[in-house]
Every structure is written in structure tokens, then in C-alpha cells.
Design a protein around this ligand. Structure first.
Ligand code: ADP
Ligand code: MG
Length: 243
């Protein structure tokens, strides 16, 4: 189990995260849903220390680590245990699909180029892009670019994979292929914390669903608890907007 405790983040006068506690069981998919601007991306970014929390901890099972830390070694250690899939892929435009996957392995993990390329090809194969290793992002569809983004995020075998609306920038016909890759990761036992607006997918693929609003958890439970029997009127109202 990965535990996240009492995470706070404020921007100037604006409280964005108001003491978030989350439990992410090993090999589970935990999905965060909620309105735009509610702090979902900030939560993921703070967990990966792309932003500093004001307060809060993450515990991968070997003791709590301070998410407000400025210590570079600690930050590197947290990041080395997490993979991040961005909404807009964040690929390097001037590097091939393979280089996008291998570069972090070489520069952050200190692997040899040869070893990184072996891993990179395996991971591209895993997301169905074995034949696209030498292509540049601009020659790939959005769905293919996001699958490169996923291959990059999982290449270092993270203990936790964070996905921030991985399909929201895609044309509708590209969404299915990316969701299929995520489904496969779940069945391979990846531990995931995902933000999505794909309610059908959230319902089908999540072990646990969290409804988030104004930087706080309104309610959480199984997919059936949240989608079929929400206990909070705000959850029901939010879900209605997708019906
Ligand atoms: P969501 O992902 O749920 O749409 P975000 O986490 O992106 O929400 O944003 C939550 C709130 O925090 C918004 O009001 C947003 O304007 C604010 N915010 C996010 N990032 C920053 C930042 N770097 N500086 C100031 N405000 C920010
Ligand atoms: Mg967001």
C-alpha cells in the first residue's frame, strides 16, 4: 500500500489542496474524478514533487517521506519511484520515440545506452509501437504520442504510475487504444493513480474512485459506490453532467 497523508498546497491566497489523504493499494487503480479547477493536476504534481507541497507525506511502505522537502536527493528518490503520464504527452520533439523512452533511463537512472535501448524497445512493444521506434513525435498520431509517453513513464519500473487525464487531448478515435494500454497495465499489476474524465472507463477500470472538489475529497469508494450509489449530492450532480 502507498499512503499519502495530509497534503496541503496553496498558491498565494488560494488553497488548492486542503489536507488530502489517499491510500493506493498495491496493484490497484485509484481514479480521481472531479470538476475542472478542483486541484486534481496539482495533487498529482505535488506527489511527483513537480511542485512542492506546503505539507504532506508519501509512504511507499518503507516510511513517510516529506513532500514539502527541498532536499534534492530526497526529491530524486521520490521521482525515481514514480512514473508520470502527462495530459499533453510532454515528449521531446527533436528526439525519436525510442530516444524519448531511453533518455531518462540514461540520464536519470544511469543505465548504459545499450541497456536503455533494450528496455526502450521492450516498452514500445508493450504499448504496440515496436515499429515506430525511430519516428519523431510530429509524425505520430496523438494516440501514438501518448503511448510513447506511457512507455517512457513505465520504462523505469515505477512503484506508482500517475496519469493526468491521459486521453483528454486526444481525438475521440484515438482514445480507445490508449485506454486499452492502461487496462493492460492494470492487469499486469501496475499501481496507478489516475485522473480522468472518461467516466465509463473510470467505472470499468477502477478499483477505487475518489470524487474531488475544491481541493478536498468529497467521497470515495468502489466504482459501484460512487457511480451507482453516491452518498453526497455533489457527487450525484457532477455525475449527472456526464449523463
Ligand atoms: P484540475 O486539474 O482539477 O483542473 P488544477 O490542479 O490544475 O485543477 O488547478 C487547481 C487550482 O489551482 C486552479 O484554481 C488553478 O488556477 C490553480 N493553479 C494551478 N497551478 C497553479 C500555479 N502554478 N500557480 C497559481 N495557481 C495555480
Ligand atoms: Mg487538471
Amino acid at each position: 500500500m502507498i499512503t499519502i497523508r495530509d497534503v496541503h498546497k496553496r498558491y498565494s491566497e488560494h488553497d488548492v489542496l486542503n489536507g488530502i489523504d489517499l491510500d493506493i493499494p498495491h496493484a490497484a487503480t485509484v481514479t480521481v474524478i472531479g470538476p475542472s479547477g478542483s486541484g486534481k493536476s496539482t495533487l498529482l504534481r505535488v506527489i511527483d514533487v513537480l511542485e512542492h507541497a506546503d505539507k504532506g507525506t508519501i509512504d511507499f511502505g518503507d516510511g513517510p517521506v516529506d513532500l514539502a522537502t527541498r532536499d534534492k536527493t530526497t526529491i530524486r528518490d521520490i521521482r525515481s519511484r514514480i512514473g508520470f503520464v502527462f495530459q499533453n504527452y510532454n515528449l521531446f520533439a527533436n528526439k525519436t520515440a525510442l530516444q524519448n523512452v531511453t533518455e531518462p533511463l540514461i540520464y536519470a537512472q544511469g543505465k548504459s545506452r545499450k541497456e536503455a535501448e533494450t528496455i526502450g524497445r521492450e516498452q514500445l512493444d508493450r504499448v504496440g509501437l515496436a515499429d515506430f521506434a525511430d519516428r519523431y513525435p510530429s509524425t505520430l498520431s496523438g494516440g501514438q504520442q501518448q503511448r510513447v509517453g506511457i512507455a517512457r513513464a513505465i520504462a523505469a519500473k515505477p512503484e506508482l504510475l500517475l496519469l493526468d487525464e491521459p486521453t483528454s487531448a486526444l481525438d475521440p478515435e484515438m482514445v480507445g487504444g490508449v485506454l486499452e494500454v492502461i487496462r493492460q497495465l492494470a492487469s499486469d499489476g501496475m499501481t496507478m493513480l489516475m485522473v480522468t474524465h472518461e467516466m465509463r472507463f473510470a467505472r470499468e477500470a477502477s478499483d477505487h474512485v475518489v470524487f474531488f472538489e475544491h481541493g478536498s475529497i468529497v467521497e470515495q469508494g468502489s466504482a459501484s459506490d460512487i457511480f451507482d450509489h453516491p452518498s453526497q449530492p455533489r457527487t450525484a450532480e457532477f455525475l449527472q453532467s456526464f449523463a
